[in-house]
Each structure stands twice: as C-alpha cells, then as structure tokens.
Design a protein around this ligand. Sequence first.
Ligand code: PAF
Length: 302
Amino acid sequence: MWQIIGAGAIGCLWAANLKRSGQNVHLITRKAIANPVLHYQDLQQNKYRFNISSGQQLLNNKDPILVCVKATQVKQAILNQLPYIGENQMIILMHNGMGCAEQVQALLPYNPIICTATANASLVNAPLNIQQTGLGMTYLGAYNRPIAIANSLTSRLNNALDNTYWVENIEQKLWLKLIINICINPLTAIYQINNGKLQAPQYQQQIIKMCEEAIKVAQAEGIKFEQQTLFKLINDVINATAENFSSMNRDIFYQRNTENEYINGYLLEKARDYNINTPTIAALYQQIKERENTIADNEKQR
Ligand code: PAF
C-alpha cells in the first residue's frame, strides 16, 4: 500500500494513477471525507472514478509515505503525523522548491528520505476531482542514506506514471527544477500571465539574467550547468506548458501564500552564504513578498 499525504493536484494525480495500476492507496486529507470517490481525467480524456481509502491520519507505520503537500506545509504535515510514523518508514517528498528535506530530517533523523523532481502536472477542478494536464519525467533519489529497495520502489511508481526514474545524483535534478521555478513562477505570478507569455522578449531578457545568477550559486554548491543548455531547457518547459498557469500564479490569483521562501528565498539564502550578487532574483523575490504581505493584510481586515 501507498500512503499519500495531501489531496491536491500532485497527491491526487499519484493516487489516481496508482489505483489505475491496481495498487492500494490511503489518502491523508485535512478534513474527514465520508465515502471518498476520486474523479480523474487523463490526457486522452478518459474518465475514471476510484473509491479510495482516506482519513486524517496514517494507517500504518510501514508503507512508504508520499508527501505531496506544498513546501510551505511539509513541516506541519509531518508534525501532525509524527506519532504514527515508524522509525524506518520511508518518506518521499514531492513538491516545488528546496529546503524541506532538511526540515524533515530534523524531525525524523532515522527515517530514509527520498527527494523527487517531477514535471507531471494536473489541475484540480474540485476537491478529489482532477484532470491531468502534463506528463513529464519524475526523478527520485536518496537524500540521507542508500535505499536498498530503490529499484522495486521506482518500478511500482513507474507502473502508475511512466517516465519515473531513480537517479544517483538527485541534487542536480532538484537544482534544475529549482531554477526552472525561479525563472517561470514569480514572473507569471506578478504579471498574472500563463507560462507561454514568457516567450516575449522582455521576459526572456530577465530569464537570461536569472539563469546567469542562479548558475553561479549552483556552481558554488558543486552543481554545474551550462548557460545555453539551461536557457533552452527552461524555454522547453515554457513551450510545453504554454497554456498552463504556474502554481505561484494560481496562489497569487487565489490570494494564497506562495512557495517563494522555498524557491527564490532558498537560492537567495545560498547566494548570501557565498557572497554572490543575485539582483534580478532578489527583486522578484521582494515583489512576491510584497504581494503576500498585502494578501495577509487583507485577510486580517476580513
Ligand atoms: O510550479 C509549476 O507550475 C511547475 O513547476 C512549472 C514547471 C513551472 C510549470 O507550470
């Protein structure tokens, strides 16, 4: 069985595809749901309904836990489940941004932690009702210790969603995803545009600068990227997801807290450690922070 914390876009996408491939899933949701049914539409527009097991706490302390909440919620989600997590239980983190694995390791120092970088995407139409909007690669890799069952784990996940791979150097994939998010998310959130609009020259100029700044910080961390290749990879994502609104765009649109601290904020903290100047990334971080402050003020006045 798989236990999935978080019934958002990514949690439901995995739950639906694990169920479709005949695997058992228990979905941990924030509120209790009576007789939960998961509605899923795949890329070919096939529609599925799955009766699922769900509840507010983990069912057992053995089966692997897929943590599919946003970076801002990972620590609290683990804290909520702490009494039900076994010492050797595997924790698989699936979210945008970086910095959560460190937080989870501090709470669960003996548990094997796996980090992932995924390009799969889905859209939440209503609670427990999603549609797949993109099929991309998913990479998994060990964060704190070797995983003896890496192959069988990956193959079970790959049976659910194709293009799931185990990698020895997950850091490289995490940094690539981080830089993709740095280049796409704040711009699309500030200007409230879809990803495809970033093809316009004024945004491309900013993306070039952000790549240059991020590459220096990654290099200081021992992760190498070549400028032209990285710029092309970012534009491949922009083109492949042209119609999509990024997760940060949606968060600002719906007046929610964003993953700014775990995306731009994470990079800025590293840049400070190495004394590297990152003015473009810092300016966008600041603009998102200001929008978040306005959202928090509006919330208080309600
Ligand atoms: O955060 C997101 O929305 C996605 O990670 C990405 C790749 C930017 C596509 O929208």
